[in-house]
Design a protein around this ligand. Sequence first.
Ligand code: C5P
Length: 473
Amino acid sequence: MASLTVRQLDDRLKKLLRMRAAKSGRSVEDEVRTILREAAEDTGRTVLDAFEPPTARSRARTSRTALPVETKRVLLIIGGGIAAYKSLDLIRRLKERGITVRCILTKAAEHFVTPLSAGAIVGEHVFTDLFDPAGEFDIGHIRLARETDLIVVAPATADLMAKMAGGHADDLATTVLLATTAKILLAPAMNPRMWANKATKRNLRQLAADGAAFVGPNEGEMAEADESGVGRMAEPLEIASAVQKILSAEGTQLLQGRRVLVTSGPTYEPIDPVRYIANRSSGKQGHAIAAAAAAAGADVTLVSGPVSVADPPGVKVMHVETARDMLKAVEQALPVDVAIFAAAVADWRVANAGEQKLKKQPGKSTAELSLIENPDILATIAKRKMQRPKLVIGFAAETENVVANAKLKLISKGCDWILANDVSPRSGVMGGDRNTITLVRSSGTEAWKPQSKDEVAATLIARVTETLNEEKG
Ligand code: C5P
């Protein structure tokens, strides 16, 4: 993507931009980000319109659609350890969650990753030097320290932790760490003997007493041959969820006080005690939705079929196998404000499931299974007279005529929204990490760009939040 320096804009635009930034209390850089985000969402506006100071209406729209984590800014400080390469993946994971990332590399980190590779993933200039005139002109170390909601140090080396505990400020990273009032999350990574050293333990206690949060280190093999123990940096996904937890706990919890129910995964319908009918659903999408709702402060119940993905943190999980058990669990979880049915429920179960393992019949090369329709959980809940959730949302996994079929489903199931997606084998959705959704509502359809399942979850929860808050007036 092309990069743009504000300094290169003409004077009129620069002036408009500064006025707009001053009015909304943002930095010029953040204002440009906001304008581009709004312009991308709202293709009807001209770019010049966007530079005018925001009106009360546009301000209201921005604040209403904001998810707690979506508008957050993380400053990632990459320290000099072999685990630094994992921090490149961490940048990607944070960006997937809609978090804006800025990055500082320490001098030691530059032995492991380059400013070019980190910058390519961050999508902007990476900061390395306290006395870099260009960096200081663009933003400056005090603004780097101030314009962030959270600083993540990953890997946090023994040396960096010692400097922080002692209040040193002899390079850009330590200066920013000393100058910030933002929360700091450390992902320590070092040799197990260094981790166990009394000096490191002392620094750790000091940093914890100063309010720092920690994720990891984990136990396992070290980069050095024949070394193992506690000292491996936490995995990027673990760090990303620790970040999300801190940001959503500190942000406005837009779904606080709301109850959200999510179904996820496949169902298993027994043929006999050892065999069952299942499908390829991984549960990734439903679990991501439950996690996003919990991150927005909702009280979430997740009713999950058998999956290998982990239970999301902060969510009440009811594990079930069959469609009938899933319906029972869903009914138990009522009343809720929002019910999102992402599970791939088997349409049929075996009518004559054997109590004993079915045996091959000598001389018979075929066997018959008689199938009977399962309850439609989504339709049952959507058509309830009592305790119908305010918003009932289903998925339509189709292999052809995706939107047309979803529109029919919206009516036949009686739900409020359908998230339609193409699950034909060429789409790679089943079991994959990405999804392309069209949101179908009675008021119209909205095609979302292809995105990760985490991003789909964040977008959906943002829409849900908007709708519930509109109702509240
Ligand atoms: O009818 P179809 O399976 O395409 O509908 C998909 C939607 O209906 C999904 O939201 C799914 O969770 C829900 N569903 C259900 N119970 C069923 C079948 C589907 O809740 N028995």
